[in-house]
Each structure stands twice: as C-alpha cells, then as structure tokens.
Design a protein around this ligand. Structure first.
Ligand SMILES: [Zn+2]
Length: 267
C-alpha cells in the first residue's frame, strides 16, 4: 500500500515537472528560430583583487570563445583597454574626450541608436579623435526576448546610421545591459560583429556618495589584459576620469585600444 502511494506521488511529481518544462519551452519558441540556444545569460563575474582577473563562469567564457567574443586583451604586457557605454548623451562625453586626448588614450564608445541620433557631432568627434565607435544596439532592449529578425534589425539599423555619420564601423558590439544568449552571440557574429564584454566595471549608473569609489573600483581590481567598462553618462566617471587614468598608469599599466592595427613582423 505504501509503495503504491509513493508511486502515484512520483507520477504526479513527474507530471508537474513535465508541465513546467513544457511551459518554459513554450515561452522560448519565438526565439529559437535558428535552433540555437536562447537561454538568457548575464555577463558577470566574481571580482578578486589587484593583479588577478575575475572568476568568470565557464558557461560564459566557453560561449565567448566559441563565438569570438572578447572579454580580455591578450596578456603579458600589462595593457588594459578603456571602454564607455552611452545609452544617451548626458553632457559628459565632451569632458571625457578632453581627458582622453590630453592623456593620449584611445578608447571605445559603445553607443545606442538614440545616442547617434541625438549626438551626431560627438559621434564624428569620437572617431576623428581615434576612438572606436561600438554598436550598443539601436534601442537597448533585452535582445534575448526578440526574434532573430528583430535582433538583426537592432544591430543593422545602428550599423547604417553609424555608417552614414562616420563612414565606417568597427564591427564591435556590446549587448544592452550585458544580457545575451548563444543565439544573440551567433546573430551578431553572422552580421560581422565581435561581441565585447569586460572584466572591470563599477556601479556608476547611480550617483556615488563618495566619488573616489570610481577610482578605487577600477584600480583595486586592475589586472593584465583588463577591459574596463565605464558609463559615459556618469558625472562621477567624467569628473574622476583623469585620476582613474593616472592611477592606472601609476600602477604600471598602459592603455591600448581594443583593436590595434597589427604590424607585420620584420623580415
Ligand atoms: Zn547600456
């Protein structure tokens, strides 16, 4: 008798599990057009300390490697790259560009379609001053919730607008809010884009109580090959940028662009 009861409980339990699995699969239908996994992932990691790259989950790095996504520079020469995200123009890009020019640093700016439309002169200036202009999608949506065609549109609408403004784009893509899936990585790659993640980030999308946190949040986690992500919409970042940059250099690191023309070896 007891065994019979346990069996029915087991069957009922399995039925519930199946129903849950079926419901989950149903919500995923629209996004599986390519038959590529669309599990929603967030780029993230566990910070360690100065000199050590963060611990990043293998699921994330395996996918990044498989689709040619960049999250660190090649190591061995104590270089780091500086990248900015711009969802909209908050009035600080001008100051940021001034600091970069004065320090002789070339950075990458991942901007949305909205930013391109509202700050076209700055977009031109970014490229003229030797920085990379990166695709941060047209409208900053969760791309894992869109169909293949909608994701392509988010990337290509940006691409066309950027080409109209600056003539060429650099094939670099950063998914909004760092939210992505294998499918999103594949769609971006198939459009000729390399996805760019990061290994150092600070909470700079809300005003800081103590702006020196912007400096410590970068400097305390510096490591060889780091890709630093800051928000160009942050007043704290704009105001602290010179100190951040000087502290990075004082710690023995050099800045280099995400992409550098490769000099062929001398014969
Ligand atoms: Zn963003």
């Amino acid at each position: 008798m007891m065994l019979g009861k346990a069996k029915w409980l087991l069957i009922a339990g399995l039925a519930v599990l199946l129903a849950v699995a079926w419901a989950a699969a149903g919500t995923d239908l629209v996004s599986r057009e390519q038959g590529v996994d669309n599990t929603r992932l967030s780029w993230g990691f566990v910070k360690r300390g100065a000199g050590k790259p963060p611990l990043i989950d293998r699921t994330l790095t395996d996918l990044a490697d498989q689709y040619g996504a960049l999250y660190m520079l090649t190591t061995g020469n104590r270089t780091v790259a500086l990248t900015f995200n711009l969802g909209y123009e908050a009035g600080y890009t001008d100051d940021i560009l001034k600091v970069l020019e004065q320090e002789g640093i070339r950075a990458a700016f991942f901007v949305t379609g909205h930013w391109l439309e509202t700050a076209p002169a700055l977009a031109k200036q970014v490229v003229q001053e030797g920085h990379l202009l990166g695709n941060h999608s047209w409208s900053h949506k969760d791309l894992t919730a869109l169909s293949d065609e909608e994701v392509r549109l988010e990337i290509m609408r940006w691409d066309e607008a950027a080409r109209d403004l600056v003539g060429d784009t650099h094939g670099l893509f950063r998914p909004p809010a760092g939210v992505f899936s294998e499918r999103v990585l594949k769609l971006a790659r198939d459009l000729g884009y390399s996805t760019v993640f990061w290994t150092i980030a600070i909470v700079d999308w809300v005003p800081m109580e103590d702006p020196s946190l912007a400096v410590r949040g970068v400097v305390n986690y510096l490591h060889d090959g780091a890709i630093i992500m800051l928000h160009g919409t942050s007043q704290d970042v704009a105001e602290q940028l010179e100190v951040i940059v000087d502290s990075v250099i004082a710690a023995g690191y050099r800045f280099r662009p995400l992409l550098e023309p490769i000099t062929p070896p001398a014969r």
